[in-house]
Design a protein around this ligand. Structure first.
Ligand SMILES: [Zn+2]
Length: 295
């Protein structure tokens, strides 16, 4: 077992050294190593190389955790706008070919999107300042749906996290941690998803959906989580007044992914995650295309 990681790192080196080995060995070691042995060595290196499996996951295995942006996209009730897609041109041109182009307009925080740390932490990273290495890599989908699905005020606690990671024997350090609360199933009904049909400031006290507690957020910071996401409108629960999960995570420059979907398909699984937001310069948030595949 110890040899496996060594082999993993040595193989790429072998790959680059092989041509050199092939040409140099007969010259350098000819008097010492007979030609037959030289080619045997090269051949065995080739066989070793051919045993190296491709590391990129099967393209068919990737799951889209993203809601489409359209007229049904759910925004925070105090957002003045929603998603608009207006045609600039659509139809036959004078040149006799079809052409279409549109312009879109939307607030940063709606649909499947990323919150950048500067959203709640002055001077911390904006969307464009977050490095790619923080947005891709190994992740975990923590299934808390048995507790959260029928409780729209559920707060994911420190205890939930400690218990889950202990039970599953998973190390959270350096991982992208996604929470499946079951709330994603309510997306098609805005009132059910937000907890209220209201819009504007009067909607805010009536928001009901699960989220992460302050202590839960602190736990994630302390274990060194890379990014955090969930299938609800906000990383803080609907009834939050102080948005402590946002504030704690963003103070540590940990971005959050909100309004994810299809987490049910990979609940309780280790995954690879690719979460790439539109690179909005200075943005506090951005629409996010996020995909995952089981490891
Ligand atoms: Zn947001």
């Amino acid at each position: 077992m110890i040899l496996l990681p060594i082999t993993y790192y040595l193989l790429p080196i072998t790959y680059y050294l092989l041509p050199i080995t092939y040409y140099l060995l007969p010259i350098t070691y000819y008097p010492i190593i007979p030609m037959k042995k030289t080619y045997a060595l090269s051949l065995s290196l080739l066989i070793l190389l051919s045993c190296q499996s491709t590391s990129f996951p099967d393209e068919e295995s990737w799951i889209d955790l993203t809601h489409s942006l359209d007229q049904h996209t759910i925004y925070w009730p105090t957002e003045p706008g929603t998603f608009h897609l207006d045609p600039v041109y659509e139809g036959e041109t004078e040149g006799g070919y079809y052409y279409s182009a549109y312009k879109f307009c939307m607030p940063e925080h709606g649909g499947t999107h990323m919150d950048a740390p500067v959203h709640f932490a002055e001077g911390n990273k904006s969307v464009d300042q977050i490095e790619i290495k923080q947005l891709i890599g190994e992740g975990i989908v923590v299934d808390l749906s048995d507790k959260a699905h029928n409780n729209p005020d559920y707060l994911i606690s420190e205890k939930d996290l400690e218990e889950w990671f202990k039970k599953e024997k998973v190390n959270p350090t350096g991982k992208i941690i996604l929470f499946y609360t079951g709330h994603e199933s309510k997306w098609s009904d805005r009132a059910d998803y937000l907890g209220t049909p209201l819009k504007g400031e009067e909607a805010v006290p009536n928001l009901h959906f699960p989220g992460l507690s302050e202590k839960g957020a602190l736990w994630l910071v302390n274990v060194g989580a890379k990014a955090v996401g969930l299938d609800t409108p906000s990383i803080d629960y609907g009834q939050s007044k102080d948005f402590m999960a946002h504030r704690v995570l963003f103070a540590a420059n940990i971005p959050a992914f909100e309004n994810l979907t299809n987490l049910k398909k990979i609940a309780d699984q280790k995954v690879y995650v690719i979460a790439l937001p539109s690179k909005i310069g200075g943005g506090s948030g951005a629409p996010l295309r996020v995909i995952a595949t089981p490891i």
